[in-house]
Design a binder for this molecule. Structure first.
Ligand SMILES: Nc1nc2c(c(=O)[nH]1)N[C@H]1C(S)=C(S)[C@@H](COP(=O)(O)OP(=O)(O)OC[C@H]3O[C@@H](n4cnc5c(=O)[nH]c(N)nc54)[C@H](O)[C@@H]3O)O[C@H]1N2
Ligand SMILES: Nc1nc2c(c(=O)[nH]1)N[C@H]1C(S)=C(S)[C@@H](COP(=O)(O)OP(=O)(O)OC[C@H]3O[C@@H](n4cnc5c(=O)[nH]c(N)nc54)[C@H](O)[C@@H]3O)O[C@H]1N2
Ligand code: SF4
Ligand SMILES: [Mo]
Length: 738
């Protein structure tokens, strides 16, 4: 059965677009005093030093925590020993949350920019003035140009409530999450188009025989329980195949490291599948039962011989064959990892489709060691803003630039183009909540142009960052250690003797200081002032979490009594559902004018004298958000520039040289970094860690440290199916700085 995956259909099914709820008639008047009752029960401090119920958000894996608290101050963060997910372990960043909490540079009060956007002068104002101003200015934009003239840039647990307010109730479809359009949106849509569900990172690594990673660099990419499952798999004897142009932390543990030419992975995947099919080394029974359009697919990829792929990917024929044979010998118990950050080259939907098809060719669904979606706890209630009766005016519906398989929300570039040109309609108001589009979305100049032409920019954050410099009004939010919001759920994934499920709501470990407020309060106060008070779905953060938990017979008090995590029996995750389909040939894609079978689209090669700029994760930082963290900056306060040793000696660079980078468009990095000379990267590429080079001088530690990769990503490669941005089609040369 083919799926009809129009954007609208996807919006209906995706969890991101919550169902309508009856309008609750909470008519309240504006009230902006400081919090009356402490959020953390006083007993938590008196009786013991340990406060339970923390859920980390130094990154988005959300490990479960406890806090060690003395005299109301958090002195240490640990993993919650009751956790069946991360257990007592947390990573360096989780540990350093204390330093975010008490960072002297943190936002403390609502501020008004009396200078210019980009060169702000801050004046402290009251919450009343801040909220009144935001409400009036945003309302003016809506009244003049319609709700779609608001652009929303959210990220993180606290951002979902305000963004659903703007999307559902106010009625703008122009919401763009970098964590979709610059991250995993392509993956989710490509898997939707192949197996009708987004994949998560649901591969049973502990029980697999082979782990296959395309660019996944675990150990640098750190998500504690995911990393544990990966290491458990290796401990249990799994073979590891790592395809990466760089000798990453994962490549260092690999049985086979494939140092592929950047951007050519799809060619290799097609050749592997063609070889397996031609040599009868594939899961024929599985494909017969669950495959759709397999014959057309097999016919369509016939041109992809090992030799052809080897030439394209610049790797030996025998290596591709070795990988294919290893997978065939161990199928179906192989873990083809779907990846996470997959916005690479603008041809990425095709690569992700190929990965999903490879999983099908190997029959690697629903059995030990394969792709196995966990059966998590169900029944948490939804608390969501009601939908208005407006029909969203989608930028995607305007002819030339439509991306029919776009993730939920609006592709970022469509928003920027509309804002800058005023066509098809103006975008004049902007709400940024927990996202840093300056360092997150390629082509900074365009983002800045978009911001400069706005009538009003509101920003909610915890720190001063490069994006907060562009706010007219800047609102200080409680951090994840000072609020209730997210409810982390999951299953025990090591498939030991029994399967368990957990429910762990985020609860504050300490009370907020200064005038910081939680996101529910801020949104409700704004909504009342904008005239949407009657639609407010919940009174406050405590009520919201209690309402959601009531759906499964729990409450904050009960969970606190259970040491912060409720654990219940789980379900056997193995098995394949009857309506499982692997869509090898997708007619919906064909009807929309895209290739119906995974297709290799070559990318531009580096011009003479330049190398491709690659980037990735630092194990001790999260994007740019940890750039002022005293402990993490002590561990790593700049990014090395990985340079191939042969290239280094040819060009006359040595280890430790200070350099700036200049890209193909003549854009020079504002700051410098030092060279790391290594055989562990291909000659055609250089590599830096993402997130460095903040330009906000209010960051006493992080200002101007290392190089900002985004500043050098000026050329966009837009993925045609999804409208997501490929960011690795930029090329740099090194310039020595004396
Ligand atoms: N060049 C380049 N671009 C990239 C990437 C890359 O590797 N290189 N990676 C991509 C990926 S994978 C992703 S997921 C995205 C992520 O991109 P973003 O969503 O922009 O990144 P974050 O670091 O989550 O968000 C940054 C902002 O959130 C603020 N913040 C932190 N905690 C809170 C809070 O509790 N409340 C509020 N209101 N604000 C908070 C931070 O101070 C910061 O200003 O970036 C993508 N863009
Ligand atoms: N410490 C830490 N951990 C994190 C995060 C963080 O900020 N800090 N962020 C989290 C988030 S939101 C995400 S999305 C993930 C991202 O983590 P991943 O999904 O693992 O990251 P990628 O950016 O895809 O991978 C970067 C790797 O891809 C390689 N690469 C570059 N080009 C190519 C290519 O053409 N082909 C192949 N095969 N490989 C290539 C690079 O050399 C590098 O090793 O990390 C998560 N974990
Ligand atoms: S992986 Fe580290 S930073 Fe991410 S949630 Fe877990 S402890 Fe926090
Ligand atoms: Mo991401």
């Amino acid at each position: 059965m083919a799926i009809h995956l129009s954007r609208r259909n996807f919006l209906k099914t995706a969890s991101i677009a919550a169902a309508s709820v009856p309008l609750s008639k909470v008519v309240a008047k504006a009230e902006t005093g400081v919090a009356k009752a402490p959020l953390v029960p006083p007993g938590s401090f008196k009786d013991t030093d340990t406060v339970v119920g923390g859920v980390c958000e130094m990154c988005f894996w959300r490990c479960q925590l406890v806090g060690k608290v003395r005299d109301g101050r958090l002195v240490k963060i640990e993993g919650n020993p009751k956790s069946i997910d991360n257990g007592a372990s947390i990573c360096a960043r989780g540990n350093a949350g204390v330093k975010l909490l008490y960072d002297p540079d943190r936002l403390k009060y609502p501020m008004k920019n009396v200078g210019k956007r980009g060169a702000p002068k801050w004046q402290r104002i009251t919450w009343d003035e801040a909220l009144d101003t935001c409400a009036t200015k945003l309302k003016n934009v809506i009244d003049e140009h319609g709700p779609e003239s608001l652009a929303i840039f959210p990220h993180g647990a606290s951002a979902s409530y305000p963004f659903h307010f703007f999307e559902h109730t106010v009625g703008t479809p122009n919401v763009s999450e970098a964590s979709f359009f610059q991250c995993r949106g392509i993956r989710d849509m490509a898997y939707m188009a192949t197996i009708e569900q987004p994949p998560g990172e649901n591969v049973d690594m502990p029980n697999t025989k082979v782990i296959f990673l395309l660019g996944g660099h675990f150990g640098e990419n750190v998500h504690v329980s995911h990393l544990k499952r990966y290491l458990k798999g290796l401990e249990n004897g799994a073979k590891l195949v790592v395809v990466d142009p760089r000798f990453s932390a994962s490549a260092a543990k690999a049985d086979i490291w494939v140092p592929i030419r950047p951007g050519t992975d799809t060619a290799m995947l097609l050749a592997i599948m063609n070889y397996l099919i031609q040599n009868d080394k594939y899961a024929a029974d599985f494909v017969d039962e669950y495959g759709e359009g397999f014959e057309e697919f097999a016919e369509g990829i016939k041109e992809w011989t090992l030799e052809k792929a080897a030439a394209e990917c610049d790797i030996p024929v025998v290596q591709i064959k070795e990988v294919a044979d290893l997978l065939a010998a161990n199928m179906p118990n192989v873990a083809i990892h779907p990846g996470r950050h997959v916005s690479w080259y603008g041809n990425d939907f095709q690569r992700q489709r190929a990965l999903a098809c490879l999983t099908g060719v190997l029959g690697a669904f629903g059995v030990k060691g394969a792709f196995v979606p966990p059966k998590g706890p169900k029944g948490l209630k939804k608390v969501s803003w009601p939908h208005g009766d407006h029909e969203p005016d989608l930028l995607n519906d305007y002819a030339d630039n439509s991306h029919d398989f776009s993730p939920p929300g609006t592709p970022t570039d469509l928003i920027r183009d509309a804002a800058i040109t005023g066509k098809p309609y103006p975008i004049k108001g902007c709400v940024i909540w927990g996202q840093n589009p300056i360092q997150t979305i390629p082509n900074q100049e365009k983002t800045i142009k978009m911001l400069e032409q706005m009538d009003f920019v509101m920003c909610t954050d915890v720190m001063p960052t490069d994006i907060t410099m562009y706010a007219d009004i800047l609102l200080p939010e409680c951090s994840y250690l000072e609020r209730y919001d997210y409810i982390k759920t999951g299953t025990q994934w090591n498939f030991a003797d029994e399967h368990q499920q957990y429910i762990a709501p985020r609860m504050p470990l300490v009370n907020p200081e200064f005038e910081r407020k939680d996101g529910i309060w801020i949104t409700n106060e704004l909504a009342k002032r904008m005239g949407y008070g009657e639609f407010i779905p919940t009174k406050d953060q405590v009520e919201m979490v209690n309402t959601r938990l009531a759906g499964v017979g729990l409450s904050i008090d009960k969970i606190r009594a259970e040491d912060g995590i409720h654990i219940q029996p789980g379900k056997d995750p193995y098995g394949i559902s009857e309506d499982m389909t692997v869509i090898f040939y997708n007619e919906d894609l064909e009807d929309a004018g895209y290739p119906p079978i995974p297709t290799y689209i070559p990318v531009e090669r580096a011009p003479q004298g330049y190398m491709r700029l690659l980037y990735g994760r630092s194990p001790v930082h999260t994007f740019n958000r940890t750039q002022n963290n005293a402990w993490l900056m002590a561990a790593m306060d700049s990014t090395p520039v990985w340079l191939n040793d042969k290239v280094a000696s040819k060009l006359g660079f040595k280890e430790g040289d200070t350099v700036s980078l200049e890209n193909q468009d003549g854009v020079k990095s504002r700051t410098t970094a030092t060279v790391k000379v290594t055989p562990g990267i291909r000659e055609d590429a250089v590599y830096i860690y993402h997130g460095f080079g903040s330009m906000n001088p209010e960051l006493t530690i992080g200002h101007n440290k290392g190089i900002d990769d985004t500043s050098l990503i000026t050329k966009l490669a837009v993925d045609p199916e999804t409208g997501c941005h490929g960011m690795r089609n930029n090329f740099v040369k090194l310039v020595k700085v004396s």
